[in-house]
Design a protein around this ligand. Structure first.
Ligand SMILES: Nc1ncnc2c1ncn2[C@@H]1O[C@H](COP(=O)(O)OP(=O)(O)O)[C@@H](O)[C@H]1O
Ligand SMILES: [Mg+2]
Length: 387
């Protein structure tokens, strides 16, 4: 979205040039330039531009049907673009014959051959390529060691757990030494319990190999845990692109704020706008909202303030300040171990969710259902969203 500057002006002049663009190649290893994909009337991908650096693990994140897999399939070369361009290491993917495309995709279903052993599954692609037998043996062994599956080399896929099958699928992709590895929902076939551990293992393996990787997921926790940067997609477009913490701390739209983690949204109107702060009047709160950064826009402009649950404190006594608090009643408590999620119904009827640590709760004598409480937050807790 914000990376159009990477579109090379000279690309139109010499479309078939295969000369590597050395310095840009490391900086923008993968370049997606204004790519559109239409299926008849359906526009699955709308003018997407993004760059991925060498060695990076980049995540495409969005809910079902937003165009993630379509974008990944175009990166794999399985699907032609309707318009726009994809460059990998400076080369136009559309100009490369399939066997020269430096890309490998690991499928959601793993697509292992059921009748072949682990070893044979991993060796299969290299055999197809006519790689000498001794080299195949060596490469298969090395990659099975890497994913810690050497012990299971003689087993068939049905004799493996989901996590083990995934590692075989990964080995099969990596053994071909792609410059770009594509992962479509790599954890979706795994149980919740082993998913978290597998996410970290997978990152470690990819790190060791140093391969550039683009993964697709609808799971924001997975993207946050694994990716160095991520793009939030909605209806075929990139809504926001950044590191996990940038997107979490500074969502640029209501959509991003709600999609990445949970949040409290207060709709209101700007009543004072200075370079270093903004006051917002919100019908659902007894006092104004105060945010310690300015925005650009006219007075009266409608805005939404996002405040994350962990930024909201609970008190029994009325807060002293003239902004950023509300009064209500505890309607629900979800005990999560080290913290609890309190649902507080304000006098206005709005529900605010506060994530309160067990320690903080003990200091206010743990409010319970139907207790009267105040919620409050600091001037640095809110983010102003204008769209
Ligand atoms: N081969 C196809 N033919 C027609 N429509 C398709 C095809 N593939 C995907 N679509 C449509 O494109 C949109 C995006 O799909 P997809 O990329 O699979 O989404 P995601 O992976 O984010 O769930 C959807 O509306 C889907 O129905
Ligand atoms: Mg998909």
């Amino acid at each position: 979205m914000s990376e159009q500057s990477s579109a090379p002006a000279a690309a139109g002049a010499s479309p078939r040039s295969n000369a590597p663009v050395a310095d840009r190649a490391t900086e923008d290893f993968v370049q997606v330039i204004d790519v559109v994909k239409k299926f008849g009337e359906t526009v699955a991908v709308r003018n997407v531009s993004l760059s991925v650096r060498k060695g990076e693990l980049f995540a495409l994140l969005g809910s079902s049907g937003c165009g993630k897999s379509t974008l990944l399939r175009m990166l794999a070369g399985f699907e032609p673009v309707t318009s726009g361009k994809i460059l990998i290491d400076g080369e136009d993917l559309a100009q490369l014959p399939p066997y020269r495309r430096p890309v490998n995709m690991m499928f959601q279903s793993y697509a292992l051959f059921p009748h072949m052993t682990v070893e044979a599954n991993v060796a299969f692609g290299l055999k197809q390529e006519g790689v000498p037998k001794a080299e195949i043996k060596e490469r298969v062994q090395a990659v099975l060691d890497l994913v810690q599956m050497s012990r299971f080399a003689k087993r068939k896929p049905h004799q493996l757990s989901g996590g083990q099958q995934q590692r075989v699928a990964l080995a099969r992709s990596l053994v071909k030494r792609p410059k770009l590895l594509l992962l479509d929902e790599p954890m979706s076939a795994l149980d919740k319990q082993i998913r978290q551990r597998t996410q970290i293992e997978l990152v470690n393996i990819l790190d060791k190999v140093g391969v550039t990787c683009i993964m697709v997921t609808h799971d924001q926790e997975e993207a946050m845990t694994m990716a160095s940067r991520l793009a939030v997609m909605s209806e075929g477009q990139i809504v926001q692109l950044g590191t996990p913490s940038e997107v979490y701390e500074y969502p640029n739209t209501r959509f991003s704020a709600e999609f990445i983690g949970s949040t409290n949204l207060f709709d209101g109107n700007v009543v004072e706008d200075e370079p270093d702060h903004v006051f917002v009047e919100c019908a659902e709160l007894p006092v104004r909202l105060y945010v310690n950064h300015g925005i650009t826009g006219p007075l009266g402009m409608p805005v939404t303030i996002s405040v994350r649950p962990e930024r909201i404190a609970l008190t029994r006594k009325p807060p002293e300040g003239a902004f950023n608090w509300g009064h209500g009643v505890v309607k629900n408590i979800a005990y999560m171990g080290g913290y609890s999620l309190y649902h507080v119904k304000l006098d206005s009827g709005k529900t605010v969710i506060a994530n309160v640590s067990s320690l903080a709760l003990s200091e206010i004598d743990s409010p319970t259902w139907d207790d009267e409480v105040y919620v409050r937050w600091s001037a640095s807790a809110g983010v102003v969203l204008t769209s």
